[in-house]
Design a protein around this ligand. Structure first.
Ligand SMILES: Cc1ncc(COP(=O)(O)O)c(C=O)c1O
Length: 404
């Protein structure tokens, strides 16, 4: 096991559980209570916390969908308020294409409002980055062929590819949850059309470093598309990592990168994301998309992309959550994966179906179930929320683990 994984005690799970329970009993000063549940409740905090999260009903702690917990950017809200009486019109502004291209150091080409004329940009917008994932599958896997992705992985392209009759080769991550780029390269055959790299990975939160990606791309045949999904890369601690794979597009015709306004920009419900690639690739993706994104999403995105203060606050909130979780998991003796994302994987060493069910039914706390989605039987994926939400989750988890 690599030292990337913090394992306070893995060999003897009984020891860790004892340590946790002993801690609880000492804290409560009452092993005689006779019920671990009662002890846990005294130590782990009040049963029902009146937690007030942004955009969810009071008392619901939703740490399951990797949403931004700090509410929307005030500048995005203001932009929507300014625009709201004009949405009877189709949106004609194209400034967002320029803002995005500049952000990633790509040539600024603004598309014409008449889509059949003028040069193609290096940017495409989608209804969330999900629409671009769909377009990639539709453009390159509609006639079958094979795609490659890590397991555990996000799986967004896999679903559409399989619907088209294409096959998906899933390549296991290494034991410490890094995407195994060498094994993914070795899996390429003449049938392969697309290789998906998610950086940071979902559910792992681990980045594929730029130099590794560059080496990887240089070893992939130029007719195989390398798609780098960077939905969470803005949460990386090292600013250099946040640059991501876009510079590779200048050197390689077969690279596509996606980003989204749903995570660091706090606009999940507005549904807007983008893809970056060479113009002829963008053209192909455009041909495989549905309609255009809504005017309100675009004006909010134009405002939020410039709102560095907001993005910093969102990043810091995620890091504070990770630090808090890491400390708590270590105290509880639970293995976890240090994350460069907005969520964290933790091994609770209990059946994840049962733990997630109890967390929700008994404590109104929603987290990702690793068993259901990735066959990781004892793992949860928890989004960093507001501190009160994170504390409510930890308090509920302590209670659930001693009562299971
Ligand atoms: C890795 C990854 N890629 C893409 C998406 C799609 O997000 P959206 O369509 O909101 O941009 C998600 C959503 O959670 C994700 O986790």
């Amino acid at each position: 096991m690599s030292n990337m994984i913090k394992a306070v005690n893995l060999g003897a799970s009984g020891f860790t559980r004892r340590k946790f329970l002993t801690g609880l009993a000492i804290g409560a000063g009452a092993a005689s209570l006779g019920s671990y549940e009662a002890v846990a409740q005294m130590v782990a905090g009040p049963r029902a916390r009146p937690v007030r999260g942004w955009g969810v009903p009071e008392g619901l702690v939703r740490l399951s969908s990797n949403e931004n917990p700090i509410g929307p950017s005030p500048r995005a809200v203001e932009a929507i308020m300014q625009y709201v009486y004009k949405f009877n019109r189709y949106y004609r502004g194209r400034g967002l294409y320029g803002q995005i291209a500049e952000r990633h150091g790509l040539p600024v080409v603004i598309p014409s409002n008449n889509s059949s004329e003028g040069p193609e940009p290096w940017v495409t917008l989608g209804c969330g980055s999900s629409e671009i994932l769909f377009a990639i599958a539709s453009a390159y896997l509609r006639d079958g062929g094979q795609m490659i992705e890590a397991a555990p992985g996000y799986g967004g392209v896999v679903r559409t590819a399989r619907n088209y009759g294409a096959s998906a080769r899933l390549v296991r991550t290494t034991r410490d949850f890094h995407q195994d780029l060498d094994a993914m390269k070795a899996a390429v055959t003449e049938n392969t059309r697309v290789v998906v790299v998610t950086s940071p990975g979902n559910p792992t939160g681990i980045i594929a470093p730029f130099e590794d990606l560059k080496k990887f791309v240089s070893g992939i045949p130029s007719d195989v598309m390398v798609f780098v999904d960077e939905a969470y890369i803005e949460f990386a601690r090292n600013p250099q990592d946040r640059i991501g794979a876009a510079p590779l597009i200048l050197d390689y015709e077969n690279v596509i990168v996606t980003r989204t306004f749903s995570k660091i920009m706090g606009m999940a419900g507005l549904r807007i994301g983008y893809g970056l690639a060479r113009p002829h690739v963008i053209e192909k993706l455009e041909d495989n998309k549905g309609g255009r994104v809504s005017s309100l999403s675009v004006v909010a995105a134009e405002a939020c992309i410039e709102d560095g203060d907001y993005q910093d606050r969102a990043r810091k909130a995620a890091w504070a959550g990770h630090d808090y979780f890491a400390g708590q998991f270590e105290e509880m003796g639970l293995e976890y994966v240090p994350s460069q994302s907005s969520f964290m994987l933790v091994n609770v060493r209990k059946d994840a179906d049962e733990v997630t069910r109890k967390l929700f039914e008994e404590y109104n706390v929603l987290v990702g179930n690793g068993k259901r989605r990735w066959r990781m039987d004892n793992w949860l994926r928890v989004t960093s929320g507001l501190q009160a939400e994170n504390e409510a989750f930890i308090a509920a988890l302590k209670k659930v683990l001693v009562s299971s």
